[in-house]
Design a binder for this molecule. Structure first.
Ligand SMILES: NC(=O)c1ccc[n+]([C@@H]2O[C@H](COP(=O)([O-])OP(=O)(O)OC[C@H]3O[C@@H](n4cnc5c(N)ncnc54)[C@H](O)[C@@H]3O)[C@@H](O)[C@H]2O)c1
Length: 261
């Protein structure tokens, strides 16, 4: 039997990229997937695809940076299904690379509104219903930018570090209700978000990655699907790097590896 049969899974930013892949895999594993996105057409096409493959799905428009919208959409789902078993906070933007002293208030705030506030609003509303049902699995998308920072994207990196703080604290508070909260830190994954960057740096990054390839959305989706399954109840408050080993390799390691080969 599929691992997530009849579970209600709520995903943000599910209309494309990593979110799309997560939604599809959760659907394949038997979850009833509520695909939300600021881009409703994207969410609809993913929900349709899940249904065409025999799964269960619905689509809803949701801008995660709007607190009242998050509450209204979550309420709608709870009224219909009575519960939310799985929340995946995936919606995100990359922002334009800039020196830290050139980032405007607006750019900084937008980054935090979507990544930090959005993850918090969704986690808060989901936690209310999960606590009542004494069950929940939450996964937040952080980033390898929250491992050593990321030059040119200080607002993005700061927001992704904040998501780890939210994850660890919520894990401590919610564990007693059988709710787990984990984070994933993807490295470079091939999506529209990384398109431009990969044109410039794709081959250099591939060479510097121990497994000699870039990530695909499915690499992240597989880990999310494991973390949200009922048997992962003893794993909480963790942040998992999904980057083919890239974060380990320093210039010193590169020299040593060259000497060995
Ligand atoms: N691609 C990577 O290399 C990578 C690496 C590390 C972390 N991540 C994180 O993974 C997540 C998904 O990234 P992706 O590469 O699939 O990006 P993507 O741009 O392909 O998809 C992001 C999705 O989020 C939606 N979205 C944007 N703003 C929104 C909002 N305010 N409310 C709701 N939805 C919104 C978009 O419409 C889109 O469907 C993001 O949180 C991103 O920061 C990605």
């Amino acid at each position: 039997m599929a691992k997530l049969t009849n579970q209600i899974a709520f995903i943000t930013g599910g209309g494309r990229g990593i979110g799309r892949s997560i939604a599809e895999l959760l659907g394949k594993e038997g979850a009833h997937v509520i695909v939300t996105d600021i881009d409703l057409a994207g969410a609809q096409s993913v929900a349709n695809e899940i249904e065409q493959k025999g799964g269960k799905a619905a689509s809803l428009a949701l801008d995660v940076s709007q607190s009242s919208q998050v509450a209204a959409v979550m309420n709608q789902v709870v009224e219909k299904f009575g519960r939310i078993d799985i929340l995946v906070n995936n919606a995100g933007i990359a922002g334009n690379p800039k020196w830290v002293d050139e980032i405007s208030d607006q750019e900084w705030t937008r980054m935090f509104d979507i990544h930090v506030n959005g993850s918090f609003y969704c986690l808060r509303e989901a936690a209310k219903v999960m606590k009542k049902n004494r069950y929940g699995r939450i996964v937040n998308l952080s980033s390898c930018a929250a491992v050593t920072g990321l030059a040119g994207l200080s607002h993005y990196a700061a927001a992704k570090y904040a998501i780890v703080g939210l994850t660890e604290t919520a894990a401590m508070e919610l564990g007693v209700y059988n709710i787990t909260v984990n984070a994933i830190k993807p490295g470079v994954i091939r999506t529209a978000l990384t398109d431009g960057f990969l044109e410039l740096a794709g081959s250099v990054l591939t060479d510097a990655t121990p497994v000699r390839r870039l990530g695909d959305p499915i690499d992240v989706a597989r880990l999310v699907t494991a973390l949200v399954s009922p048997e992962f109840g003893f794993v909480t408050g963790c942040s998992y790097i999904v980057d083919g080993g890239f974060h380990l390799v320093t210039e010193m390691d590169k020299t040593m590896l060259k000497m060995l080969s």
